[in-house]
Design a protein around this ligand. Structure first.
Ligand code: NAD
Length: 479
């Protein structure tokens, strides 16, 4: 059993939750929730730590990040094992999370070599200079589905820019967050520059209301993202809140069949469909029967537990299966049914097998709502514009892709897809750093993205300094 280092600390009370591994349904740990008094104490310590941390040079803060990068690499196996245990994804998927976390750390270390402000001689002997100043104590609130990558969308960038961070991970997968805290400490990060608090709605509300917390980033479902955005901005904090998704892949008949099918299957089934960039709806234009057949053939070959991990809870299994059942009752044609899947060695684990539904219609719930399971809904259309209308009607707009061999059709479709991240012949169009991550419409609230250049702006304020060294009276600084 893993015992988090948060247990036995004085700021926590007796409210606690069990951490259940989705792999086999066994309890692997328990975590006590941070109380409101506990949060108060943590914010106070963070403020003190911020004063010293922010007074260090960017170069010196970057040294800690270099150490952190090395230790993420060195502890890769421990991290991936823990992610697998508490989240249920496969080791390869957990490993990919660590790689993406490292990529963001590398972006953060590159900031020391970038001009973060401007210095201009605006008149003779008169200079204006802008600098990026850290905000103070900031908070990051994260979901269960990427216990390492999503926290690391925010940790390295916010810290290297001089802030002190309080991370509130999902109460379903808090163990990786505590391990990250240990790794940061081991990297030389001064005490209390990074702290983890545990809990659910209560502690999130307290974070949103706390006057000393200056900015909040949130990643999770749309309903909660909206609440957090409203609460945080009501309390005059800057906020960026990433929400849920419903990603459409438009498949044109001239697409490369094998590549498209492999790509769609990987996108739909990776992380058991629990990705905000997962393929959820495939919109076929014209006759794509050969591609659908390949998708089913390839999906049938996926081995549960080896190629597809678990979903997070038994309730998730029920919810996903209910979506499938309802779609079939409403007329969808089930080409592959993942309901009732069990792994004999771990019969109490939480699994849904890959599922492919054909002839789904845009009005069905399964076509509109986030299913968050390894389920592909196929909608058939006659024209590109019909397919685009279906994608454009979605409330969500995180990712969307088109598969075609025609450059002009790819260009026509990609310019009309409504999504923050668009792919051409790629099923999970997550941009690499320094391109930023973020959707639009109900997939994100707030103007910044969560990584990349706009995150630099999010985690800092802009200070403008005007200097006049020329003492000659006749120089008009407005000239
Ligand atoms: P969630 O919204 O249930 O939880 C996210 C965080 O909010 C957790 O830390 C949780 O403790 C907290 N929380 C839950 N209910 C709350 C409430 N009522 N008030 C205040 N805080 C609350 O999300 P989840 O189930 O952990 O994660 C899955 C969701 O996250 C999916 O919708 C997925 O699409 C989304 N997601 C989005 C992105 C993105 O980049 N857009 C990335 C990853 C996950």
């Amino acid at each position: 059993m893993i015992i988090t280092n948060n247990i036995n600390k004085p700021h926590i009370d007796k409210i606690q939750t069990d951490i259940i591994s989705p792999v086999d349904g066994e309890k692997i740990s328990e975590i006590r929730f941070t109380t409101i008094d506990g949060l108060e104490n943590i914010v106070k310590k963070a403020e003190e730590a911020f004063q010293k941390w922010s007074s260090k040079t960017l170069k010196s803060r970057t040294t800690v990040l270099f150490n952190y990068r090395d230790r993420l690499e060195k502890n890769r196996h421990q991290i991936t094992d823990l992610i697998r245990k508490e989240n249920g994804k496969t080791i390869d998927e957990a490993d990919a999370e660590v790689s993406k976390a490292i990529e963001v750390v590398e972006f953060a270390t590159s900031l020391q070599n970038q001009p973060l402000g401007v210095h201009l001689e605006v008149s003779k002997g008169v200079f204006c200079q802008s600098t990026r100043e850290p905000l103070g104590v900031v908070s990051s609130i994260t979901p269960f589905n990427f216990p390492c990558m999503v926290p690391n969308w925010t940790i390295p960038i916010a810290l290297v820019l001089g802030n002190a961070m309080i991370l509130k991970p999902s109460e379903k997968t808090p163990l990786t967050a505590h391990l990250l805290a240990d790794i940061l400490k081991d990297s030389g990060l001064p005490d209390n520059v990074f702290q983890v608090v545990d809990g659910g709605e209560n502690i999130v509300n307290a974070i949103c209301e706390h006057p000393q917390i200056k900015a909040i980033s949130f990643v999770g479902s749309t309903n909660v993202a909206k609440l957090v955005y409203q609460k945080a901005t009501h309390h005059l904090k800057s906020a960026v809140c990433l929400g849920g998704a419903k990603n459409h892949l438009l498949v044109l008949p001239d697409a490369n069949p094998d590549m498209t099918a492999s790509n769609v299957v990987a996108s739909m089934s990776g992380c058991a469909g629990q990705r905000c960039m997962a393929a959820s709806v495939m919109v076929g234009v014209g006759n794509i029967d050969n591609i659908v057949k390949l998708i089913v053939d390839k999906s049938k070959k996926l081995v549960l537990g080896k190629d597809i991990g678990a979903v997070i809870t038994s309730d998730s299994v029920k919810k996903i299966e209910a979506y499938i059942t309802e779609a079939i009752e409403q007329g969808a044609n089930v080409l592959l049914d993942g309901r009732g899947s069990i792994i004999p060695e771990t019969p109490n684990g939480f699994y849904v097998g890959p599922t492919v539904l054909d002839n789904v219609t845009p009005d069905m719930q399964i076509a509109k709502e986030e299913v968050f399971g390894p389920v592909l809904s196929i909608i058939r259309t006659h024209s590109i514009d019909e397919a685009l209308n279906i994608q454009n009607a979605s409330l969500y707009a995180n990712g969307a892709s088109v598969y075609t061999n025609s450059g002009s059709k790819a260009s026509y479709v990609s310019s009309r897809l409504q999504a923050g991240m668009v792919g051409i012949n790629i099923g999970i169009p997550v941009p690499r750093e320094p391109f930023s991550f973020g959707g639009v419409k109900e997939s994100k609230f707030g103007s910044s993205d969560i990584t990349g250049e706009s995150s630099i702006h999010f985690w800092t304020s802009l200070k403008k300094v005007t200097t006049k060294w020329n003492a000659e009276d006749q120089i008009d600084w407005m000239s």
